[in-house]
Design a protein around this ligand. Structure first.
Ligand SMILES: Cc1ncc(COP(=O)(O)O)c(C=O)c1O
Length: 390
């Protein structure tokens, strides 16, 4: 079956957060992480059927929804999840905040690796906990091995104090697009076990592995010991482009920790909606051909982007391979711009500021390449002309 990843949808006059930011201006929004693609046809059809039912009372997941999640995790990642381990959430950012409040007391510390998706740093601060950030290091290319963002294990050890309670992992990692290898995850798991840390593994991008030589390793599959300390956060939202339907999951094998997590949600976390459950079930069960076609499109976009940056954007670099996600971390430090995002906006491209991800302003921007090739090409053409007028 052919899917359409070439016709740009017109989102300008819609409820889209991404497009509203530049309403009335000729700026292509390449920032917030949703894609300018329609969701899979099978998912849209499932929603139509649910809407036709016409009743939208308080919802609970039906067995077929739970089965769709459990089966997908078993098939894709060899992870045998019990239905009772699932805690439904309206979003992963909610999950990060709930995890913080459930497993760290005010003043306790939450470790993470930067640059990182901003809520990893703000969730602890939101409730009087402390975010402790350990920068990733860029290992230079050596022979056939390309450059790579790596964990600074010594710095990580040094960052631990008696108040460290939690480790927030992004697997795969937004924004550097790393797929963590089994040996790295095993070492991280040992680190968490040794320091009695709860490991919160945000795996929202796990179905978007672009490097065909790599596979996603679900952190909780490493060992029963690490599963017992892991809160895994997942969602169909990134892959099937349904973040506006607010449907996510925490997967918590340990019953005591699950109860602790659920207690922290009581009365303040909204229920997942009927349409969200419908979309989730269809996504995980009926949309695998679409996901494969999406991955082919994203791989093509990634290659186009990498090639364009290398040949057409002097002074701009992508430091390491983009192994996953539809987000690229772009080094603009050689341009010496005080505010690169403002500069590119002036030339019609809306990027995310690297400073939000925990690096100094002026060094990096993030681009979202989850769009048609034509849109990506136009954005890059605008970036090229922006370079000419500094
Ligand atoms: C790593 C990561 N976690 C969570 C989210 C957002 O999750 P949600 O919209 O479910 O709160 C994003 C969105 O970009 C993300 O990249």
């Amino acid at each position: 079956m052919n899917f359409d990843f070439e016709t740009p949808p017109d989102r300008r006059a819609t409820d889209s957060q991404k497009w509203q930011k530049y309403a009335g201006r000729d700026v292509l929004p390449m920032w917030v992480a949703d894609m300018d693609f329609r969701s899979p046809p099978a998912l849209i059809e499932a929603l139509h059927r649910r809407v036709d039912h016409g009743i939208f009372g308080y919802a609970r997941p039906v067995k077929s929804t739970v089965d769709a999640v459990v089966d997908a995790l078993a098939q894709r990642y060899g992870w045998r999840v019990e239905p009772s381990w699932l805690v439904w959430l309206p979003g992963l950012v909610v999950g990060l905040n709930v995890t913080t409040q459930a497993f760290a007391a005010p003043g306790d510390e939450v470790l993470t690796l930067t640059p990182i998706y901003p809520p990893f740093m703000s969730a602890p601060k939101n409730s009087g906990r402390v975010s402790v950030q350990v920068p990733l290091v860029l290992r230079p290319a050596a022979g056939p091995a390309p450059a790579s963002w790596e964990i600074d294990w010594d710095a990580l050890e040094r960052a631990v104090t008696p108040r460290t309670k939690l480790f927030f992992l992004c697997n795969p990692h937004n924004p550097v697009a790393r797929v963590w290898r089994r040996d790295e995850l095993t070492r991280l798991a040992e680190f968490c076990l040794r320091h009695s840390l709860i490991l919160c593994s945000d795996e929202i991008h796990c179905d978007l592995i672009l490097d065909s030589a790599q596979t996603h390793v679900a952190t909780a599959t490493l060992s029963p010991e690490i599963a017992a300390r892991t809160i895994t956060l997942m969602a169909p939202s990134k892959t099937y482009n349904v973040p506006g339907l607010g449907t996510s999951l925490a997967i918590i094998p340990d019953p005591m920790r699950r109860a602790q997590f659920v207690r922290a949600t009581a009365g303040i976390v909204a229920e997942v909606t009927a349409l969200g459950f419908t979309a989730c079930e269809a996504a995980y069960r009926d949309c695998e051909p679409w996901r494969q076609a999406l991955l082919a499109t994203l791989r093509g976009n990634r290659d186009f982007l990498v090639d364009f940056v290398a040949h057409e954007l002097p002074g701009v670099t992508i430091d390491a391979p983009i192994e996953a996600t539809y987000l690229a971390w772009i080094n603009v430090s050689a341009l010496n711009l005080a505010d690169p995002v403002a500069h590119f906006e002036k030339h019609g491209v809306g990027l995310s500021d690297g400073a939000f991800f925990g690096v100094p302003k002026g060094q990096y921007v993030r681009i979202n390449f989850g769009c048609t090739r034509a849109t990506l090409a136009e954005a890059l053409r605008r970036m090229k002309s922006a370079l000419g007028s500094r």
